[in-house]
Design a protein around this ligand. Structure first.
Ligand SMILES: Cc1cc2nc3c(=O)[nH]c(=O)nc-3n(C[C@H](O)[C@H](O)[C@H](O)COP(=O)(O)OP(=O)(O)OC[C@H]3O[C@@H](n4cnc5c(N)ncnc54)[C@H](O)[C@@H]3O)c2cc1C
Length: 328
C-alpha cells in the first residue's frame, strides 16, 4: 500500500476543502476503496473520511425523498418510506453484496464504486485502459462473460457493477454535489460516462466534487416498481443482467414506464428506446417483448457474453409482465 494521510471531515464544506488537494480521495464505508488501495490500483495521497457526514433520510411534503450520501445501504433498504414507496430501490440494494457489506457501504460510495472487471484488478498481469490509459484492454479478447453488450467501446468493455444505481436510474434520481466551485445537481443518468476512447474518465464529476445527497422524486400513486437480478449464485454475486422497472398501467394501457438495466453496460443503462415503444401502448406480453427487442437491437456481444442479449430481453419481458399482472 502507498502511504497516505487520513482526515475525518466535520461537514461537507470541510470535506471539500480537504478534498480539493490533488491526489485526495473521499472515503465512504471503504468496502471498495480499501480493496483498491491494498491492490495499489488506487494510490491517493490523502483520504478524507466522509462516512460521518449527514446520513438522514428526509421525507418531504411533495412526496420526494432526500437521502444523505453517508446513509448506509442497509439503512436505506430498511427505511419505511423506501420499502413502501420505492420497492425497486429496497430490492436492488438487498440484491447486492452481503448484509455485512451493506451495513458498511454508503450511498455515495455505492454510486462511485469501480468496475468488477478482473483485468482492471489484475495490476501486474493484464492490460487495462481504465487503469492505465493507452495500455490496451485484455478483456476484449479475454474471458469476457460478465462484460458489456451495450455502450462499450473498442477501448473498454467493463460494466458498472452497482445494483442500487440501476434502481436510481429508473427512479429519475438527482444527485446533489458540492465542490470547490459550489453546489450543483446532476441526474444520476448523467453522472456516469460511457468509455469511448477515455475509459479512465468514469463520471461527469469535477475534481474534488463530493456527493452530498440523492433526491428521489415522488412516484405517481398508481405506479408499481420492482427489481430483478439474474446472477450465477443466489447471493454474493454481481448481476449478469438486472432490470429495474417502474410501471403505471391503466385498463390495459401503459400510462408511464421507466426501465433501467444493470450488468450489461458501462453505466446504469436507462432503456429509453423500450420506454418510448411502450408509452401509451398495450400492457401485454407481446408489447413488452417487442420493446425489449428494440432496446437490445444495438447490442454488440463479445465472444463469451452473447447469452446476455436474450437474457436481457426475457428479464425485461418477465419484470414488466409481473408489474402489469399479465403472464409472461
Ligand atoms: C464481496 C463484495 C461483493 C459485492 N457485491 C455487490 C453486489 O452484488 N452489488 C452491488 O451493487 N455492489 C456490490 N458490492 C460493492 C459494494 O456495494 C460497494 O463496495 C459499496 O457500495 C461501496 O460503498 P462504500 O461506502 O464502501 O464506498 P468506498 O469504498 O468508501 O468508496 C467507493 C468510491 O466512492 C468514492 N466516494 C465515497 N463516498 C463519496 C462521496 N460522498 N462523494 C464522492 N465520492 C465518494 C470513493 O472515493 C471511492 O472512489 C460488493 C462488494 C464486495 C466487497
Amino acid at each position: 500500500m502507498t502511504p497516505f494521510s487520513y482526515t475525518r471531515a466535520g461537514d461537507a464544506a470541510d470535506a471539500v476543502r480537504l478534498g480539493a488537494f490533488g491526489g485526495a480521495k473521499y472515503l465512504g464505508g471503504g468496502t471498495n476503496l480499501v480493496d483498491l488501495l491494498r491492490e495499489t490500483i488506487e494510490r491517493p495521497s490523502a483520504l478524507v473520511d466522509v462516512a460521518g457526514l449527514p446520513a438522514t433520510i428526509e421525507e418531504r411534503e411533495d412526496g420526494s425523498l432526500l437521502i444523505g450520501a453517508a446513509t448506509r445501504n442497509a439503512a436505506l433498504a430498511e427505511h419505511r418510506a423506501v420499502r413502501s414507496h420505492y420497492p425497486v430501490l429496497a430490492r436492488a440494494i438487498l440484491a447486492g453484496a452481503s448484509a455485512q457489506i451493506r451495513n458498511m457501504a454508503t450511498v455515495g460510495g455505492n454510486i462511485l464504486q469501480r468496475t468488477r472487471c478482473a483485468y482492471f484488478y489484475d495490476d501486474e498481469g493484464s492490460r487495462c485502459n481504465k487503469r492505465s490509459p493507452g495500455q490496451g484492454c485484455d478483456a476484449l479478447d479475454g474471458f469476457n462473460r460478465i462484460h458489456a453488450i451495450l455502450g462499450a467501446s473498442a477501448d473498454c468493455v467493463a460494466t458498472h457493477p452497482s445494483d442500487m444505481c440501476v434502481a436510481l436510474a429508473a427512479l429519475d434520481a438527482t444527485v446533489h454535489l458540492q465542490g470547490p466551485a459550489g453546489t450543483r445537481r446532476l441526474k444520476l443518468t448523467g453522472l456516469h460516462r460511457l468509455p469511448g476512447t477515455r475509459p479512465d474518465l468514469e463520471t461527469a464529476l469535477e475534481p474534488g466534487e463530493l456527493i452530498t445527497a440523492v433526491e428521489l422524486p415522488a412516484l405517481p400513486a398508481g405506479a408499481r416498481s420492482t427489481y430483478r437480478k439474474v446472477r450465477d449464485r443466489a447471493s454474493y454475486a454481481f448481476a449478469l443482467v438486472s432490470v429495474a422497472a417502474v410501471l403505471e398501467a391503466d385498463s390495459g394501457t401503459v400510462r408511464e414506464v421507466r426501465l433501467a438495466l444493470g450488468g450489461v453496460a458501462p453505466k446504469p443503462w436507462r432503456a429509453r428506446k423500450a420506454e418510448d415503444a411502450l408509452r401509451g401502448g398495450p400492457a401485454t406480453v407481446q408489447a413488452f417483448r417487442a420493446a425489449a427487442e428494440s432496446e437490445l437491437a444495438d447490442a454488440a456481444p463479445l465472444r463469451d457474453n452473447g447469452f446476455k442479449v436474450e437474457l436481457a430481453k426475457r428479464t425485461i419481458t418477465a419484470v414488466l409482465g409481473d408489474l402489469a399482472g399479465v403472464a409472461a
